[in-house]
Design a protein around this ligand. Structure first.
Ligand SMILES: Cc1cc2nc3c(=O)[nH]c(=O)nc-3n(C[C@H](O)[C@H](O)[C@H](O)COP(=O)(O)OP(=O)(O)OC[C@H]3O[C@@H](n4cnc5c(N)ncnc54)[C@H](O)[C@@H]3O)c2cc1C
Length: 662
């Protein structure tokens, strides 16, 4: 109480320090009472306490009561990572009138108790961390958050099932959605699937009504055959520029009669059928495509490649919808929030040449098998390869998944089940065919998955635990060579058809999306969520959310669930109408700035610009995320970060190394 009085009289800092036990997470390794006792002796500290769970309501109430009783000017909580609970405590202190930027956190859990075993050493380190936090807290200043208005429209990038679901949910909530899909139709990979595990619903039958809903919804502006050129801005106010690729078909005139497609003389391999079968140069990717108007593929169209020689589609079109002179159009609009739903690529089996994908036409991928099974596929659903029904079919699981040799240590989560599904579909069509599945282990974790796997095993499908080293040809048959890993013996088995259960990989163009939106990727290359457990649909960029396989491999129910989560997160700021922007930004001392523009070139958010008139760099506070890149790069030390000033950081470092911060 003496110290309390002294600081009050001197008009100095009046800090409260709160050391959390976090159950036994911290208290088992750190002597929290000792840390609090040390803290109570530090200059400016008027109260220091410990509590079981500081983040709990009683814990927060303790802090709030002390702020009022002791007239605290700052609060330090020694607990977990600020990423976890800084917002909780900032909100708590703000509730009783303290500026939230006068709150400081010392991480004595992740950075101390969880990584040390010796109690004395851990307590000493926790003590140092708290001392450093108090030193910084005593130099914190009040900062004001800014309120930003939110444009009540959203952008969804990618029209697979995840993007479709997110768009429908946002549109149903009453907000306008711009859905940008780069292919001529929405639908994504789900449109290519035949049946879907484990319920065996026809994929097209459950997807098509949703695609039609998208096309009809008054709140959805569908921009198919389009790509994002540029996104600038920040949460609430993103400005988007989209390139609508020239389709050479006037969509306002076209009736989607299909005559032009039928008469087009140019045939090319069909991407939708994974290269099996052909499409025309003027085409819709599949019969239920949305939008239904065809597009001309200028790379292969004879009119474009042979100086206007063809022109059949224009001649046949009764409504004069073919217009070879159409150019790419640019559309610009503002949105408040963004959902990224750009999906996945199938693993490229050529990266495992020993499996013979490039060499043998009867070695195919999972998606090719889907098209082979499908009634709308190249064989109209007949399982035939090289004109014959296969007698022996072998599936090889985990191709490109759980495989360090190709840099993909992760599980693709769908291959075990889609293999079981495809085995079942073959069994239905070819009851006498031998079906063998080589697997590492079976992952049947979802609802109804184990039951489906059991059902398929009972259909005389042989599951063999094995690792395949090579596929080669003997006569007109394939030989799958490897090891039976249950009995530890080499094995060879003949096949007429080998299906590689290819895994899911990040899209090749993920880096473009990363650059456009300043997102991060996790070590597997997929887009990174803000927190793997607690913020699985958020990204580090406020107002940008993830849905579906762009964030990691997942099946349709999980993609839909995540899309619904992303949609509700995207709706939140639009429904509130405003968002609060972090007060932490870069601050430029214009008297010292030499106008070298290094900061402008390094800023990842485009928040800095060069002002020619004043010959200095300037900060757009709305864009600035307070990352500090510019401050670190500035050669003249002109840029400081509010809330992380040199004075504050130096005081922290000096206190940490036990010196005097004089
Ligand atoms: C062989 C195989 C069989 C499967 N079978 C099943 C099954 O039976 N049941 C099941 O639940 N799951 C199954 N899956 C998984 C299923 O395919 C996915 O869960 C689902 O397709 C994920 O949807 P998505 O919208 O996240 O991604 P995608 O389907 O990949 O859709 C992404 C969309 O975004 C578009 N896009 C990409 N980049 C851009 C860009 N930059 N700009 C604009 N648009 C862009 C793409 O063109 C595409 O339309 C299977 C997967 C495979 C490989």
């Amino acid at each position: 109480m003496d110290q309390d009085k002294q600081t009050q009289e001197a008009g100095e800092q009046r800090l409260g320090v709160y050391v959390c036990h976090c159950g036994i997470n911290i208290a088992r390794t750190v002597d929290v009472a000792k840390v609090a006792a040390m803290a109570s002796e530090l200059p400016g500290v008027v109260v220091a306490k410990t509590y079981e769970y500081m983040c709990s309501d009683p814990g927060q109430n303790l802090i709030k009561a002390d702020i009022k009783e002791h007239g605290l000017t700052g609060v330090v909580v020694a607990a977990c990572s600020p990423r976890m609970h800084e917002p909780t405590f900032r909100a708590a202190v703000a509730e009783v009138g303290m500026n939230p930027y006068l709150f400081e956190m010392a991480n004595i859990r992740e950075q101390c108790s969880w990584i040390h075993e010796d109690r004395d050493d851990a307590t000493a380190k926790a003590t140092d961390l708290v001392r450093a936090a108090v030193a910084r807290a005593s130099r914190l200043v009040t900062l004001a958050e800014r309120e930003i208005e939110v444009t009540p429209e959203a952008l969804v990038i990618g029209g697979g099932i995840a993007g479709i679901q997110a768009s429908l949910d946002i549109a149903e909530a009453g907000y306008k959605v711009h859905l940008v899909e780069r292919e001529p139709s929405i639908g994504g990979h789900m449109a290519q699937l035949d049946k879907t595990f484990p319920t065996l619903d026809c994929s097209a039958c459950i997807l098509t009504p949703k695609m039609v809903d998208v096309a009809r919804h008054p709140n959805i502006d569908l921009l198919a055959y389009s790509e994002i050129e540029e996104i600038t801005g920040y949460v609430g106010n993103f400005h988007v520029k989209v390139r609508r690729k020239a389709t050479s078909v006037d969509r306002h005139l076209c009736t989607s009669c299909g005559d032009c497609v039928e008469k087009c003389p140019s045939k090319v391999p069909s991407e939708f059928n994974e290269g099996a079968g052909t499409r025309k140069s003027i085409y819709t990717p599949f019969p239920q495509a949305v939008p239904s108007e065809p597009v001309i593929d200028r790379e292969t169209c004879l009119y474009f490649t042979q100086n206007g020689k063809c022109g059949v589609c224009a001649k046949i079109c009764t409504v004069n919808a073919i217009d070879y002179s159409l150019e790419d159009e640019f559309v610009e609009f503002d949105v408040g929030t963004v959902v990224v739903a750009t999906g996945y690529d199938e693993f490229d089996p050529n990266l495992k040449p020993e499996l013979g994908y490039a060499a043998y036409e009867n070695v195919i991928t999972g998606l090719e098998m889907e098209r082979l099974c499908s009634a709308s596929g190249p064989t109209e659903g007949a399982i035939v390869v090289g004109g014959k029904e296969p007698k022996d079919v072998v599936f090889i699981q985990c191709v490109g998944s759980r495989d360090e040799t190709v840099g993909n240590p992760y599980c693709s989560r769908v291959c075990c089940m889609y293999t079981a599904k495809q085995a079942h579909l073959i069994r239905e069509k070819l009851p006498k065919t031998n079906i063998t599945i080589f697997y590492m282990d079976i992952r049947a974790f979802g609802k109804g998955f184990e039951e489906f796997y059991d059902r398929v095993r009972k259909e005389s499908v042989i599951y063999r635990r094995g690792s395949v080293s090579e596929i080669y040809k003997q006569g007109d048959r394939l030989v799958v060579r490897g090891e039976d890993t249950l009995i530890g013996e080499p094995m060879e088995i003949e096949a007429d058809l080998v299906v590689l259960a290819t895994g899911l990989t990040p899209r090749d163009e993920t880096s473009d999306i990363v650059k456009l939106l300043k997102l991060s990727r996790s070590s597997d290359g997929f887009l990174m969520e803000a927190h793997p457990k607690l913020r699985p649909v958020d990204t580090a960029v406020e107002g940008v959310f993830l849905a579906g396989c762009c964030q990691g491999p997942k099946d349709i129910p999980d993609a839909v669930a995540q899309a619904k989560g992303a949609a509700s997160s995207a709706i939140g700021p639009m429904a509130r109408g405003t968002v609060m922007a972090e007060a932490l930004t870069a601050v430029i001392d214009e008297d010292l700035c030499s106008g070298c523009r290094i900061c402008v070139s390094v800023c990842p958010y485009g928040a800095l610009s060069y002002d020619e008139e004043d010959d200095v760099s300037k900060v757009n506070e709305a864009l600035c995320k307070g990352c500090g890149t510019c401050a670190a790069a500035c050669p003249s030390g002109t840029i400081t970060m509010s809330h992380f000033t040199s004075d504050q950081l130096l005081a922290q470092v000096v206190a940490l190394i036990g010196g005097s911060d004089g």
